[in-house]
Design a protein around this ligand. Sequence first.
Ligand code: PLP
Length: 384
Amino acid sequence: MFSSRTRLPAAINVLTERCRSLREAGVPLLDLTSTNPTEVGLFDIEPWLIALSSAESAHYRPEPFGLLSARQAVAQNYAAKGLTIDPRQVVLCSSTSEAYSWIFKLLTDPGETILVPRPSYPLLEHLATYSDVRTSTYTIAYDGAYFIDIDSVKQQVTRQTKGVVSISPNNPTGSFTRRAELDALLQLDLPIISDEVFSDYCLQACPPDLPSALGAESSLVFALGGLSKSCALPQLKLAWIVVGGQKDLSYQALARLEIIADNFLSPNTPVQVALPQLLDFGAQRHAQVKQRLLRNTATLRRLTENSPVNIWPTHGGWSAVLRLPLTVSDDWALVLLDDQRVLVQPGWFYDFTDDRIVVVSLLTEENDFAQGIERLVSRASRAT
Ligand SMILES: Cc1ncc(COP(=O)(O)O)c(C=O)c1O
């Protein structure tokens, strides 16, 4: 009766199962995995609630790409970062997930392929499935620094390939796509879907050499952003696609996207009306989040110094990648949960092939983060 797309998983993974039973038994856990900015003790009063109650929201104007005032606010936000875009290039939707599904619908017929990075954001695979798209993976490699293995991209390109996803900074590696890497991807003459949701969170002293893929004048570029990360407001469900690249192609893409968007009319009116103000408040929230990320990064460096725990350099985003010693027989995430009551994400969750990798959220409340990392380091030290 049901589609194969919605097939349920055969079993819940062991880590989730064990975590659930510990929580049900009332065992306190140090959770180093939360990436929900509204649940990590960051913000007190919520001035943006007032912005949402404007009388203007009483009127409904079904604009496929969203209200022009909101699209202009997005364009101004890019201008503040030194990127000139026309508000007519901006398409509003309710989440980056929705943005992906609209772009997949725009570019692919069932069974065609989109290239996605690995290791990376695990939801991509599922989003592709729901749009009847296949994914092929290319490699984000590490040799002391992360880089896109361009040969691995080229090897995956076939006649069925209809686009390449690039995530900058990538989740969870925190690596920004470099200008030279974007140039190499553009040479494939395939549309680039550039997920830039974490791009406002650069955690290194010098900024990335490519602030956005939108500077490209060839091929077709879709830059994705949204309130959930840039302003730490995931509950407001507003994201955007900025269509760029070669002018004529981008006009054609916008004309077709308009038909898709017109069928959904997704973003609600109050959030669109409030967007100019939300983006202003967002700067403050963004600063608070960034301070949390930087403090936890400093704690991580201090606590792992002279220990067997290696931090792989994170240039941006909300996560840190740690490499533990190869001495436990079980999954490190399970060992840490069972022995230390510390919850981390296993590297395989993001398709890391190295069993020693675990991922932690730099958004974690600071005391919990320090305690959790202390326990992790102590357990890793006993393992050597
Ligand atoms: C790379 C990346 N893109 C997009 C998202 C989700 O964005 P949204 O909340 O707008 O769907 C996430 C969430 O963690 C992410 O890691």
